[in-house]
Design a protein around this ligand. Structure first.
Ligand code: AMP
Length: 298
């Protein structure tokens, strides 16, 4: 069976990350980058985004190596999106040090006619207006899976509402779900999020796992056990990459297993600094971890 490509938009970034153990400046990152590296292990990925004139060759090389289609990634004069974050000692909280939109400020997504016919569209974490612009460019009725972040919930709640109305599967973490709905208990948060449009909501809960909610059904998926966390950056986006890669390959009905694969994929990401952990992941390794996670749930 030929696997249909997934089209993804999100940030392509240079990250400055700080943990107690180390600090690195301007390393490859961004929601779209983590997503593409993870999803491309399972299915073809087409990226939509923008980078500045300072974007390093190493980024392009990475996408080439992973066969990621970058024909809809524009390179323009200016600075690449930059984000800085610092983690608490136990990684339970993270502080955003800065968000510098750079070339994303004036970005107009353009999508090649061929790429408009993609099976799944992933609206990764970026301004809701850009997520909506990508939706508008698509032909047919692709499955829309989207994600967001506290900054966009704060700044553009209405845009986010529009994104949710167009979304089939909505991904969010527990803190953001509470911020967006005003509910600290996940069941009520899930109910409100489902009422906003998506058929399925997945609430990521860090080391507590993830909640898969659809209608009245609630399924809890645990994490891979005993992971030594080095840096959690990109865990959410690689979770999305594993999820969507699996759905693109095995069909949309296999959502339960897709969430398990997502959790297994994210477990690799947190084991290394920046992209390092995820780059060491293979489909076989993810499959082995997925079996262990499935066993913990049964
Ligand atoms: P995650 O740890 O899964 O939330 O993803 C972290 C990645 O998201 C980093 O590589 C950042 O470059 C990127 N990022 C952080 N804040 C934003 C934002 N407001 N919009 C888009 N991407 C962001």
């Amino acid at each position: 069976m030929k696997v249909k490509p997934t089209l993804a938009v999100g940030s392509i970034a240079l990250d400055t990350l700080e943990t107690d153990a180390q600090q690195q400046t301007d390393i490859l990152g961004g929601s779209a980058t983590f997503f593409a590296v993870a999803a491309s292990l399972f299915a073809p990925v087409r990226l939509v985004g923008v980078v500045g004139s300072d974007y390093p060759e190493a980024g392009w090389r990475l996408f080439r190596e992973r066969n990621v289609d970058v024909s809809d990634v524009q390179q323009v004069a200016g600075r690449t999106f930059r984000w800085g974050g610092r983690y608490s000692s136990d990684f339970s909280t993270r502080e955003t040090l800065f968000t510098e939109l750079g070339v994303f400020e004036s970005f107009q997504p353009r999508i090649n006619p061929i790429n408009r016919h993609s099976g799944i569209v992933y609206l990764g974490n970026i301004q809701p207006s850009l997520q909506l612009a990508v939706c508008r460019e698509m032909a047919g009725a692709p499955t829309v899976i989207s994600d967001t972040m506290n900054l966009w919930i704060d700044r553009y709640p209405q845009g986010l509402e529009e994104v949710m109305a167009k979304t089939d599967i909505f991904l969010i973490n527990d803190e953001e779900a509470a911020q967006l709905t005003g509910h600290n208990d996940l069941d009520s948060a899930a109910r409100d999020l489902l009422a906003a449009g998506p058929e399925t909501v997945i609430i990521k809960q860090g080391r507590e796992g993830a909640l898969l909610a659809a209608g009245d059904s609630r399924r809890q998926v645990p994490v891979f056990p005993d992971v030594e966390v080095v840096d959690p950056t990109g865990a959410g986006d690689s979770f999305a990459g594993g999820l969507i890669g699996h759905l693109a390959r095995h069909g949309l009905a296999d959502l339960d297993q897709a969430v398990i694969v997502a959790a297994a994929t994210a477990s690799f990401t947190v084991e290394g600094f920046g992209l390092e952990g995820l780059l060491a992941a293979t489909t076989e390794g993810i499959g082995q971890r997925a079996e262990i996670i499935a066993g913990r749930r049964d």
